[in-house]
Design a protein around this ligand. Structure first.
Ligand SMILES: *Cc1c(COP(=O)(O)O)cnc(C)c1O
Length: 303
C-alpha cells in the first residue's frame, strides 16, 4: 500500500461521496512489511481504524515490532500454504480482552443467553475447531524454524542469482523492514530472452497453476488483457517442465474483472510488477539442493 495513494484515496472519497473509508487494510504481500508508520499516521489523522492483513506476514517485523500488532486488529492465516498451518483457519490479534470477547461472540453465532436462539445481531460461524487448534499448537513448536528457513532460502537465492543479469531478487527495501520471505520473489528484465518464449501463451491451460486442486472453471482463451510478460511465462513453463512450481505475482486487484467497476487509486507500480514478477519455491521442504537445482534451471533457460 502506497501511503501517498492511500491519502489521495481518502481525500477523493470524502470529496466525491462525503464519506471516508471504514477501515484501512494494508497487506503484507509475500510477507513484506508495509510502511506501517506512515500508514498509521494517515489513519490517525483521519480517524480510520487499521486492520492489518498479516496473513502472509507471520514473523515479519517493522522497526523490530511484529506485523499484526500495529493496527487495531491484525489478521493471520493458517491455511495450508502459510508460514504455519492448522489445515485451515487463522487468528485475529485484538487490542484487549473485551474486544476479543466481542469478536468471539460474533464468530460464535451471536447468541443471547436464552434457552432458545435469540439473535439481536447477525452472527457468523467462524471460530476454529478444537481439532484445528490442536494442530496449531503443534505447529507453534516449528514456527521459528519455518521463519528462519524461509529467510535462509531467500539468502541462498540472492547469493546464487547475484551474477545473473536481468534477474533481480526482491529484498527488504528499507532498514525498518524485516520480511519473513514467506515467498521469495524476483523480477525478470523484459529484455532477457527465455528458451521457448515464442510459444508462451500459445496453449490454453487446463486446471489451476498451484493449489485449488481441480476446482476451476475451464477457460477458452490463453491470454487476458493483463498478464505477465512472455519471458516470465516461458520461465514458469520451463521450471514446471523441470518439476519446479513457480507462479506469477498476484494480479493487481483493480485488474480483476470482478472489480472492474470499483474505484482504484493506482500509479502503475502494481501493473508493472505483475508484468515482470515471479514467485519462486520457498516452503519448509525446499532444501539447499533444491535452491541450487532451481537456480541452475533458471540459468540454463536464459538465452
Ligand atoms: C492467505 C491469505 C488470506 C486468506 O487466508 P485464508 O486463511 O486462506 O482465508 C488473506 N490475505 C492474504 C494476503 C493471504 O495471503
Amino acid at each position: 500500500m502506497d501511503p501517498d495513494l492511500l491519502e489521495e484515496a481518502i481525500k477523493d472519497r470524502i470529496a466525491k461521496i462525503g464519506k471516508k473509508p471504514k477501515a484501512i487494510i494494508p497487506v503484507a504481500l509475500y510477507g513484506m512489511p508495509y510502511q506501517i508508520d506512515r500508514i498509521l499516521e494517515i489513519a490517525n489523522r483521519y480517524g480510520i481504524p487499521v486492520i492489518e492483513d498479516a496473513a502472509e506476514g507471520l514473523g515479519s517485523r517493522y522497526n523490530g515490532q511484529m506485523l499484526g500488532t500495529f493496527g487495531e486488529y491484525g489478521v493471520l492465516s493458517f491455511n495450508g500454504n502459510k508460514m504455519i498451518t492448522t489445515s485451515g483457519g487463522g487468528a485475529l490479534i485484538c487490542p484487549d480482552a473485551d474486544k476479543a470477547r466481542e469478536i468471539l461472540w460474533y464468530a460464535t453465532q451471536a447468541r443471547e443467553s436464552y434457552p432458545y436462539y435469540q439473535h439481536e445481531a447477525i452472527g457468523y460461524n467462524y471460530r476454529m475447531s478444537n481439532i484445528c487448534a490442536g494442530i496449531g499448537r503443534g505447529q507453534m513448536t516449528v514456527i521459528n524454524d519455518h521463519i528462519a528457513h524461509h529467510k535462509h532460502v531467500q539468502e541462498l537465492y540472492c547469493e546464487l542469482l547475484k551474477d545473473v543479469k536481468g534477474i533481480t531478487m526482491h529484498r527488504n527495501p528499507w532498514s525498518e523492514s524485516d520480511s519473513n520471505f514467506w515467498l521469495c520473489t524476483a523480477t525478470l528484465d523484459p529484455m532477457i530472452r527465455i528458451k521457448g518464449q515464442e510459444n508462451a501463451y500459445k496453449q490454453v491451460i487446463s486446471g489451476a497453476v498451484g493449489g485449488a486442486a481441480g476446482v476451476t472453471h475451464e477457460v477458452n482463451t490463453a491470454t487476458t488483457d493483463c498478464q505477465p510478460n512472455a519471458n516470465v511465462e516461458a520461465l514458469r513453463v520451463a521450471l514446471d517442465v523441470a518439476n519446479i512450481e513457480a507462479r506469477p505475482l498476484w494480479k493487481p486487484m483493480h485488474k480483476q474483472p470482478v472489480y472492474k467497476n470499483a474505484p482504484a487509486y493506482v500509479n502503475g507500480v502494481s501493473e508493472d510488477l505483475f508484468a515482470i514478477g515471479i514467485c519462486l519455491p520457498a516452503g519448509p521442504y525446499v532444501s539447499d539442493d533444491d535452491v541450487h537445482y532451481i537456480t541452475d534451471t533458471i540459468k540454463t533457460n536464459i538465452l
